[in-house]
Design a protein around this ligand. Structure first.
Ligand code: AMP
Length: 316
């Protein structure tokens, strides 16, 4: 594995006159480091689908607000380099801030619409920072595919929109969220920010996933009113006294709030409803023990719904 720190070193590592006609494909996995098993899944997928894997490790100041945790964000380059090497990364790109944003840097990429609600509303400028760094990384690496976690659902929607809008010649691959299976904290979405928590706090943070799961179960049991589905999630969130809710929502593939799923749950879905159900997503953000967490789940559970869920909800 090569570890490189500057765009020039990166270009050298990748071969400066890499002809686009060669069969070699690159997979890019952008991260902010403090790598965990969620990142490992992205790397694994990239390895399976490309000849070489480039992992970028950059805590991007543009996507942090002035009151956010840019300075405190966990950083561990030696640990991350060892992790990346074990995971099979070919090139680790870990630039310093001034390599990415030299003096005079003035450009922001603004993706309207999908960037505006939810985290876009709570974190002004966040998605412009994300889109700017992702576009830079895509231009530097020129991958055939780039890998993003569903964990950051709105980010995935923003990146997909940018790539479509700007005709960028690559595929964006979304990878399902990896969750903890540790006793007590089952379901907690893996996140670098979980390292701010003690183990008992992590167990309590799993309430986000449980809350979204309860809305999913209500849907599977026949409830079709978005307000009722969200109320089910809100009731679970209310069981955690330390939690301060930022948002809870049900959105379509363009990050618009879903007001109606079908005609009160009695009709067969129309074709457009079928599409809506493919993309409908439950989203939550909350602050717990001073840490801001996000999570999301599809409204419809892929594959068969566990029998116990169907039975318990249908008999009432
Ligand atoms: P981050 O380092 O937190 O910016 O994350 C880098 C990439 O890994 C993003 O595309 C994230 O969505 C993805 N990611 C983070 N946590 C997870 C997880 N638990 N499961 C799957 N992907 C994740």
């Amino acid at each position: 594995m090569q570890l490189v720190h500057t765009p020039a070193e990166l270009r050298a590592a990748l071969g400066s006159e890499r002809p686009t006609q060669t069969a070699e494909t690159l997979g890019l996995v952008p991260t902010m480091g403090h790598l965990h098993d969620g990142h490992a899944h992205l790397i694994r997928r990239a390895r399976a689908e490309n000849d070489r894997v480039v992992l970028s490790l950059f805590v991007n100041p543009l996507q942090f607000g002035p009151a956010e945790d840019f300075d405190a964000y966990p950083r561990d380059l030696p640990g991350d380099a060892a992790f990346a090497e074990r995971a099979g990364v070919d090139v680790l790109f870990a630039p310093a801030t001034d390599q990415m944003y030299p003096p005079g840097f003035a450009t922001r990429v603004n993706v309207a619409g999908v960037s505006e609600g939810y985290d876009g509303a709570s974190r002004p400028g966040h998605f412009a920072g994300v889109a700017t760094v992702v576009l830079k990384l895509l231009n530097l690496v020129q991958p055939a595919r780039a890998y993003f976690g569903e964990k950051d659902w709105q980010q995935l929607m923003v990146v997909r929109r940018m790539v479509r809008d700007l005709d960028l010649p690559l595929e964006i691959v979304g990878v399902p969220t990896v969750r903890s299976a540790l006793p007590g904290e089952e379901g907690l979405a893996l996140s670098s920010r979980n390292s701010y928590f003690t183990p008992p706090q992590r167990a309590r943070a799993a309430v986000l996933a449980r809350a979204l799961g309860s809305a999913q179960q209500r849907y599977a049991a026949g409830e079709r009113r978005p307000g009722e589905l969200l109320a089910a999630a809100r009731a679970v969130l209310a069981s955690e006294p330390e939690l301060q809710l930022d948002y809870l929502g049900l959105v379509d593939g363009d990050m618009r709030d879903i007001k109606q799923l079908d005609n009160g749950g009695v009709s067969t879905p129309h074709r457009s409803d079928t599409h809506l159900l493919d993309t409908a997503r439950l989203l939550v953000a909350a602050r717990l023990f001073g840490v801001r967490l996000i999570d999301n789940l599809p409204l419809t559970v892929p594959g068969p719904v566990p029998a116990a869920v169907n039975h318990a909800e249908n008999v009432q």
